[in-house]
Design a protein around this ligand. Structure first.
Ligand code: URA
Length: 222
């Protein structure tokens, strides 16, 4: 028996790293990453000042497909879940039409994790501050397919064209040396489809074409 137990002394329990104290960027797995980021109180950029919650994701981190949007809106900021407002409903409807269950077959995330004021486009400094989190997310999820929703997401991964004309890019599929094994696809942002509902059939066509290609490679979920 130890001297401490003999003397009736209470030993402090061994220190376990709690989520708040863990740097999300060194978290060993996705669950630890997400918990640490939510609890981090991140202040890497000015968006921290007005946010309610850090919005990490929605869906299934074990899924082989990721969808990446721009940044949380009002509903997402309140709920802490990505794409749960009107744009999210548009996205979910499109995904379901091609046989994808948004909660099961995808992990949905954003370029920035905190809501920009008035839903403005995130500024370059905000994207630069936040992007290590998205990159770590992708490393941990190891998706086979990444759907880039709108110009903010596309611009980060496909920086060669300036200015980016989404009409020319949507439907494009590409691979990147930096991310071997991932098929990237550029798609309309669902918020754009809310403003331009006439484009929804085109957006659906892009997803159907992608499903055909990816299924032919055996990479579309059953
Ligand atoms: N728009 C986005 O880009 N992401 C969300 O989570 C919601 C709206």
């Amino acid at each position: 028996m130890s001297a401490a137990r003999d003397s009736g002394m209470t030993l402090p329990s061994p220190k376990r790293p709690d989520a708040a104290a863990t740097d999300p960027l060194v978290a060993p797995d996705y669950a630890a990453f997400a918990a640490a980021l939510r609890a981090s109180g991140c202040r890497r950029c000015a968006l921290a000042g007005a946010r309610t919650q850090i919005v990490v994701d929605r869906g299934n981190p074990q899924a082989g497909i990721m969808a990446i949007g721009e940044g949380p809106g009002a509903q997402e900021d309140l709920s802490g879940r990505a794409f749960v407002g009107r744009a999210g409903r548009v996205l979910d409807d499109l995904l379901r039409t091609v046989g994808l269950d948004p909660e099961r077959h995808l992990l949905i995330a954003n370029v920035v994790k905190c809501r920009p004021p008035q839903n403005r486009v995130p500024q370059a400094a905000e994207v630069a501050a936040c992007i290590p989190y998205l990159r770590r997310q992708i490393e941990l999820v190891q998706p086979r397919v990444v759907l880039l929703l709108g110009a903010t997401a596309l611009r980060h991964f496909f920086p060669t064209q300036k200015p980016l004309v989404m009409e020319r890019e949507v439907g494009r599929r590409f691979t990147l040396e930096a991310w071997p094994g991932i098929a990237f696809a550029a798609l309309y942002h669902p918020a754009y489809l809310l403003r331009s509902p006439g484009k929804k059939p085109i957006a659906l066509g892009h997803l159907q074409q992608l499903r055909q290609q990816i299924a032919a490679e055996g990479r579309w979920p059953e």
